[in-house]
Design a protein around this ligand. Structure first.
Ligand code: SF4
Ligand code: SF4
Ligand code: FES
Length: 237
């Protein structure tokens, strides 16, 4: 059986990598490696996961310098030379070891008004939204986001401009802009049109290349830029 040489981040922001040797197994994921270390080698290692099947997004970490879901990343794909470097997601404060503080990430969803604002009451009939309508298809394109933070961690503009709302919050805002039932668009477009909003995106595409759900925050942000411009021309912002 061969051995994996694994460097794992330990401590907080000013920690350091610690080396471990882990047996290499068939069909092994990076999350399996972290779990082996925590269960067999050092029970004080802190990390986060829940579903193990790519549904919750909580296992996202930096693997050999790139943000990924560790439960859906096979070791064979990323450690051809038998080496792995596992670190917490970048662009987020480190709580301990591989655990980041996601509160700033979700605060930005709130700042982008990423919450549904409807006007219907429970006495109203169901809204009927045609599946083939342009708005429905635009909303569908981004609605499967699970808030894992991979795109946010991959975005250079977030790194340079910590106040930038970032790809996930803006993708969420665009999904709601296209929701025919939502009534909060004027305030939402005003929220995302500021200096820290959609116009700060440099269209680097890292978010779109790395999103494990194949969502394109870049396209969502381009849509927001167009909608914000149209609203400004109409004097609505
Ligand atoms: S857009 Fe993709 S990468 Fe970004 S938080 Fe949502 S699911 Fe994760
Ligand atoms: S396209 Fe925009 S949001 Fe996405 S990584 Fe690039 S700068 Fe960040
Ligand atoms: S543990 Fe849920 S997505 Fe990886």
């Amino acid at each position: 059986m061969s051995t994996l040489h694994v460097s794992v981040w330990r401590g907080g922001e000013s920690g350091a990598f610690q080396a471990f040797e882990v047996p290499r197994l068939e069909s092994q994921t990076v999350l399996d490696v972290v779990t082996h270390i925590q269960r067999r080698l050092d029970p004080t290692l802190a990390y986060r996961f829940a579903c193990r099947v790519g549904m919750c997004g909580s296992c996202a970490m930096s693997v050999n310098g790139r943000a990924r879901w560790t439960c859906r990343t096979h070791v064979s794909k990323v450690a051809g030379d038998g080496r792995l470097e596992i670190a917490p997601l970048t662009n987020l404060p480190v709580v301990k070891d591989l655990v980041t503080d996601m509160s700033g990430f979700f605060d930005k969803w709130a700042r982008a008004r990423g919450r549904f604002e409807g006007a219907a009451t429970r006495r109203d009939d169901f809204a009927r939204v045609t599946p083939g309508s342009v708005e429905r298809q635009l909303a569908d394109a981004g609605i499967e986001c699970i808030g894992c933070g991979v795109c946010y961690s991959s975005c250079d503009v977030v790194a340079w401009t910590p106040g930038y709302l970032g790809p996930a919050a803006l993708n969420r805002a665009w999904t709601l802009v296209n929701d025919a039932r939502d009534t909060g668009n004027r305030a939402r477009l005003a929220a995302v049109a500021g200096d820290a909003g959609c116009h700060a995106c440099h269209t680097h595409m890292s978010c779109t290349e790395r999103c494990p759900k194949q969502i394109s925050p870049t396209a969502a942000i381009a849509g927001l830029k167009r909608a914000a411009m149209a609203a400004a021309l109409k004097g609505e912002l």
